[in-house]
Design a protein around this ligand. Structure first.
Ligand code: UDP
Length: 234
């Protein structure tokens, strides 16, 4: 096993499946199955999910909403997604805890680092909801921050492409994929892996980022076993 403790980052949009909005329960069930497979191999797993399938602060600001208000709405959207995934994970028999950066006592625990680590040590899947709890940040930044705080070995960024390419492979068919790339080269080439705040946090704290295709069943386990899946930034 290559990693002991990982942080999995999923975008909100990944939960939509083929829908154009909201949560596709079949997709959630698929992810839960993959995560269970990983957990069975003895890995400690923490998860951060975005909220883009429901609400995005920046887009709402562009339509005239106050940015801070909209960002808090975005953070609440991540809690909805986190609860959906929590349900999916419990349906496959996993023990979970949802910890949020904004207190919501009736539905989850507040984020307390030591508590999060303890849950992981006990084999519970820990989901971090409500991003960083601050407007003007993203869930990529929340993922990097929480990964560093809990001493994760890597951030696994699940996307719908199988790694980092020289250009957007959905637009440029001649784009080629990197197996591995340095933080500096990502900057130099202007590649979009995570937003700059999230990316810099990882770089400054020597936290590798692995970008991989989350929609290919089994990819997660392969990754944990050190098989070459996706692109690693380190
Ligand atoms: N958000 C925020 N602070 C955070 C994390 C998220 O304000 O620390 C808000 C922001 O409005 C963002 C929304 O929550 O647009 C959803 O998160 P994100 O865009 O990162 O989700 P993803 O793109 O991963 O689905």
């Amino acid at each position: 096993m290559k990693y002991k403790r990982i942080l999995l980052k999923l975008s909100g949009e990944s939960l939509m499946g083929d829908q154009s909005y909201g949560i596709d329960i079949k997709r959630v069930a698929q992810y839960a199955k993959d995560i269970k497979e990983l957990h069975t191999q003895g890995l400690e797993i923490a998860i951060v999910i975005g909220g883009g399938n429901i609400y995005r602060g920046l887009s709402a600001e562009q339509s005239g909403m106050d940015r801070v208000q909209a960002d808090y709405m975005g953070m609440l959207a991540t809690v909805i997604n986190s609860m959906a995934l929590q349900d999916g994970l419990e349906k496959v028999g996993l023990k979970t805890r949802l910890l949020t950066a904004i207190k919501m006592e009736q539905i989850c625990e507040p984020f307390i680092r030591r508590r999060a680590v303890r849950h992981l040590e006990k084999g519970r899947i820990v989901i971090f909801g409500a991003g960083t709890g601050n407007p003007y940040f993203t869930t990529d930044t929340a993922a990097s921050l929480r990964a560093i705080e809990i001493n994760a070995d890597a951030v696994l960024k699940g996307t719908r492409v199988d790694g980092i390419y020289t250009a957007d492979p959905e637009k440029d068919p001649s784009a080629t994929r990197f197996d591995e790339i340095s933080f500096t080269e990502v900057y130099q080439r202007g590649l979009n892996v995570m937003d700059m705040t999230a990316f810099t946090l990882c770089q400054e704290n020597n936290l590798p980022i692995i970008v991989f295709d989350m929609n290919k069943p089994g990819n997660l386990s392969k990754l944990a076993n050190g098989e070459p899946v996706g692109t690693i930034v380190r």
